[in-house]
Design a binder for this molecule. Sequence first.
Ligand code: SAM
Length: 268
Amino acid sequence: MTKKKMASALTVEEKHRLYEDSVQCHEADIEFINKEYKRLFKRDPLSLREDFGGTAAMACDWVKQDATRTAWGIDLDPEPIEYGKKHHYTRLNEEEQTRMKYIEGNVLDEFDFKSDVIVAFNFSYFCFKKRKQLLEYFKKVHQGLKDEGTFFIDLFGGTECFQPMEEKTKHGTHNYYWDCDRYNPLTGEVLYYIHFKIDGVKHKKVFTYDWRMWSPAELREILEEAGFSKSIIYWEGDEEDGTGDGEFYPSEDEENCDSWVTYICAIK
Ligand SMILES: C[S@@+](CC[C@H](N)C(=O)[O-])C[C@H]1O[C@@H](n2cnc3c(N)ncnc32)[C@H](O)[C@@H]1O
């Protein structure tokens, strides 16, 4: 009989490292934003506000791209901010550090600056379960943008996202599990967990997401109500084997599939 290994809790460091290695690809997000912003306004975006920024790895990479770029990373929780300061802020040289700021605060707060781009990635705004709350947030974002301002969010869907199931992805050092525990068809509420397996030990419920699933049509209507002049929704192209090719194009009509992830860009 094989003995199960005893699970000692992950350290805060391990938890954030595993999360970043498993779910983030902010290089691709930045490339997409640069390309789309330039297509819309014929210039490069300079300032970025990363809402729900967590460790704000993206904001740190943003200021590295050009000496005229500035960024803010906003999060309620001091724990990912501490991790970000230790592992990402320290990747910046002294001059770059002057252009990047962590803010421990609520995305619903008033801020004394405006930016070209605001992002809310990894579906973090799904934490607003009521239409009224999401509208309030989108209005605050609208106020926080400069005239040529764009708000980028990501979203996911497809038939699988409503099925209680656990999806495993292998990474170099560990396995990552995306666990849909519950979907309430009457309220649209979902409960997701992230588990990790490392060195033979499965660490369960390292992150918990108690969300509402928002549909693209609902999001675009609420963005319009919040004052955005236009929203663009994208769809990802296919590889020959049917997986996504990482290239997103504006679209209004697509066939549903088991699982999809895409962006909406809302223009001030
Ligand atoms: C899913 S994580 C996203 C982290 C990062 N943006 C990413 O792409 O991986 C959500 C983060 O949102 C933060 N958060 C939740 N509600 C918030 C709020 N009202 N204002 C600011 N941050 C919030 C949490 O502390 C958490 O770090």
